[in-house]
Design a protein around this ligand. Structure first.
Ligand code: PMP
Length: 455
């Protein structure tokens, strides 16, 4: 086999849309980037191209990632770490090179990065290992009302299992976290603080470094849900100072079933395993087993090898684009969308009032129109958005909303996508007419989490 894994990575992570000479440019050529995502070439029966505005749910994948997956399965598909033959060594090297790549993506050490299936699994891993080993009855866990179910329910379960208690940082009228309440809760000496860096429902960007620094000063361990920040902005676990951080591969243009848990090595080294089986042990006898060192300790069984390799390629692709430029591009589109939508009578925008606290996510409702129906009209215009409660039921209860429409922007979106969104919403108003909206029962809102809850 002539190709080494590093030459493979070098060739595959460079977006064709960007050359070395404009590496530091803050302007992205979104049309050129878009051309690297085969799925976006789709045209509907009316000749409309796909305006994909649901990247907060799952991002599309560039050819570089698709090729890496294809290459793995066609050329060197083999189990890792256990084989001495060429294919297995190639697969092992590529898998470990991907770990180095994702570590560089968040400025961590490779041994601090555990491959998991997604953010949900990463947070459950921390709750069921570090959490069960460290929390006692009466200990305080702090979350925020902005958090996704994946960063709420694992802590609720842990509280049930250990007798710990939970408290939530509310939001103020301007849509941002109430930091005065946060300080009051911190004064109670919490054991754990877990928060999302960026809200998936309304796009609020929290100051992760500041929240972490305050929590650490109060003696807490800090877990950050970076599912909505890792894909979109520079992320440095060392400058943030957190103990754990989780993100999903499928939202950073990587394959489904790939994700990363970062944990500070001193903590990982003390933690018991999450799942037990092959690959996570140093030795096994009939009397007991000795755990392998991290990260292997937390990767029981055969991992998703090709998917981890694809994730490494995806993070390299994003790094080559310059993640500050990625954030600036998305925020520009989101602000354009907000400006255009706010001109439409009956449209209400949700999310923080301050532009500096907003990301590339735009949440809105149209007076008198059920969000799911607006989304269907947009779909007929080949504009893909999501409507529902976005796995944030507590937040929606606080906001007094049944559901919202969410348009989320990424590197491959263009100003044309914004125009299509705005004209689609105008069309929905025209077609559906203002009706009285009596609310959506869980399971009928188009919210996949609600469906999952009643399934
Ligand atoms: N946290 C946030 C903020 C999210 O947006 C999501 C996905 N919508 C998750 C956690 C869960 O991600 P996954 O389903 O990939 O585990």
């Amino acid at each position: 086999m002539s190709m080494t894994t590093s030459s493979l990575a070098d060739r595959q992570t460079r977006p064709a849309a960007i050359g070395t000479e404009n590496r530091s440019s803050t302007l992205l050529d979104a049309e050129a980037i878009r051309a690297e995502f085969p799925i976006l070439a789709q045209i509907n029966a009316r000749g409309q191209r796909l305006a994909y505005l649901d990247s907060a749910a799952s991002a599309q994948k560039p050819s570089q990632v698709l090729d890496a997956l294809d290459d793995y399965y066609r050329r060197y598909n083999a189990n890792i770490h256990r084989g001495v033959y060429g294919l297995s060594e190639l697969a092992t090297n590529a898998y470990e090179a991907a770990r180095e790549q994702v570590a560089a993506f968040i400025n961590a050490q490779a041994r601090e990065c555990i491959f998991v299936r997604n953010t949900t699994e990463a947070i459950n891993l921390v709750a069921q290992t570090w959490g069960r080993a460290n929390l006692c009855p009466g200990d305080l866990i702090i979350n925020t009302v902005l958090d996704h179910h994946s960063n709420l329910v694992p802590w609720q379960l842990l509280a049930q299992q250990t007798g710990a208690r939970t408290a939530y940082v509310p939001i103020r009228a301007d849509g941002q976290l109430d930091l005065a309440v946060y300080e009051t809760l911190l004064a109670q000496g919490p054991k754990l603080v877990a928060f999302s860096h960026v809200s998936n429902a309304v796009g609020t960007v929290n100051d992760a470094a500041w929240l972490t620094q305050r929590a650490k000063a109060a003696g807490a361990t800090v877990v950050i849900d970076a599912a909505q920040s890792a894909p979109h902005r520079p992320l440095d676990v060392q400058s943030i100072g957190c103990d754990f951080l989780a993100f999903s591969g499928h939202k950073v243009m990587g394959p489904m079933g790939s994700g990363v848990l970062f944990g500070r090595y001193e903590l990982l080294a003390e933690m018991p395993p999450f799942m037990a089986g092959g690959g996570m042990v140093a030795s096994v006898s009939l009397d007991g087993s000795v755990w392998a060192d991290p990260p292997a300790r937390f990767e029981a069984g055969t991992p998703a090898v090709g998917e981890a390799i694809g994730l490494g390629i995806a993070t390299g692709y994003l790094d080559n684009l310059d993640r500050s430029a990625v954030a600036a591009h998305e925020e520009h589109l989101a602000e354009l969308a907000r400006a255009g939508l706010s001109e439409i009578p009956g449209v209400e925008l949700h999310g923080p009032l301050s532009a500096s606290a907003r990301s590339g996510i735009v949440g809105f409702t149209v007076e008198g129109l059920p969000p799911g129906e607006v989304a269907k009209v947009l779909d007929a215009e080949h504009v893909a958005v999501r409507a529902g409660r976005h796995c944030c039921h507590p937040l929606f209860n606080v906001l007094g909303l049944d559901a919202i429409i969410r348009a989320s922007f990424y590197v491959y979106n263009t100003e044309d996508d914004v125009t299509r969104l705005i004209s689609g919403v105008e069309k929905a108003r025209g077609l559906l007419g203002p009706r009285s909206f009596t609310g959506t029962a869980p399971g009928h809102s188009g919210d996949p989490c609600a469906r999952r809850l009643i399934a």
